[in-house]
Ligand binder design. Structure first.
Ligand SMILES: Nc1ncnc2c1ncn2[C@@H]1O[C@H](COP(=O)(O)OP(=O)(O)O)[C@@H](O)[C@H]1O
Ligand SMILES: [Mg+2]
Length: 265
């Protein structure tokens, strides 16, 4: 096992598909496994940080300052222990993140996040980058800093079309600044009970991504996930009602561990 955290960018260009929910679910699974992790909140809405008990504030150092400076000491100073407890840290977002977006062709700017977080990565087993629903320069910087993309989709035509645009961007970042970037897997969120349309979209997804890239199990729609956000707590803090989603995310987390082990061989 490598002793430097493996970095996953959780991505889809579409909003509301569950990027933040999957990021939080995997971070909660890491916490249950006793593995230290870092969540980097690259969405100016700051939902991931908020759900982890951290405010996005323009007064405190944030990932926006990291993107601007590329300095390790800024990343270090901006990173805080989350409200979930020791071992789960957050590099928070700021509302004005997008104002600072760089020119997408500026390679140095694209690589600043990566350079700045690299020295911290030996403290964690995993880092998760919760991306904004955009394929702009900030998301590009997220991809430049990542070892893999975890693509979040719903079984709908629009969500899967969004995935195609993401694949194009991954290809572009891969050839431009990050030859180690890989699509690690596709996580299906809010899978409905059997429906003809969902099945059709599942076929389409398998065709587009390759069946093995689509991770199992699918994440079901569960109110307990919303409640955890409202409580600003990891889902397991909600007790027995979280049991089935915990199992789903534990299985997805183990898959991530396996994929990472294979990649570092
Ligand atoms: N599997 C799920 N079960 C219940 N609610 C969900 C699920 N996935 C997402 N949601 C809810 O849907 C909304 C959008 O999800 P979110 O993760 O914020 O999407 P994104 O980060 O892609 O914009 C949130 O209110 C979230 O709590
Ligand atoms: Mg989000």
């Amino acid at each position: 096992m490598s002793d430097v955290a493996s970095v996953s960018a959780v991505l889809n260009q579409k909003g509301g598909v569950g990027k933040t929910t999957i990021t939080l679910g995997l971070a909660a699974a890491a916490q249950r496994a006793g593995d230290p992790c870092l969540v980097i909140d690259l969405d100016p809405q700051g939902s991931a940080g908020w759900a982890m008990g951290v405010e996005a504030s323009d007064d405190h150092l944030s990932v926006g300052d990291v993107l601007r400076t590329g300095e390790a000491r800024v990343a270090e100073a901006a990173t805080v222990t989350s409200g979930w407890g020791e071992g789960v840290d957050v590099l928070p977002s700021s509302r004005n993140l997008i104002d600072r977006e760089a020119d997408p062709r500026d390679k140095a700017a694209t690589l600043r996040l990566r350079t700045a977080i690299e020295p911290m990565l030996d403290r964690y087993r995993f880092a998760f980058i919760d991306c904004a629903p955009s394929l702009g320069p900030t998301t590009r910087a997220g991809l430049a800093a990542a070892d893999r993309v975890l693509l979040v989709v719903e079984l709908s035509a629009l969500s899967i079309r969004g995935a195609e645009a993401v694949l194009d961007m991954v290809e572009d970042v891969w050839s431009d600044v990050n030859p180690d970037l890989d699509v690690g897997g596709v996580i299906v969120n809010r899978a409905p009970a059997v429906s003809v349309e969902a099945q059709r979209q599942e076929h389409e997804l398998n065709r587009l991504m390759g069946k093995r890239a689509v991770w199992r199990p699918f994440v079901p729609q569960r109110t307990v996930l919303n409640e955890a956000v409202g409580e600003r707590a990891p889902v397991q803090a909600l007790g027995y009602r979280s049991r089935d989603v915990n199992e789903v995310f534990d299985t997805l987390y183990r898959k991530l561990v396996r994929v990472t082990a294979r990649a570092s061989q």
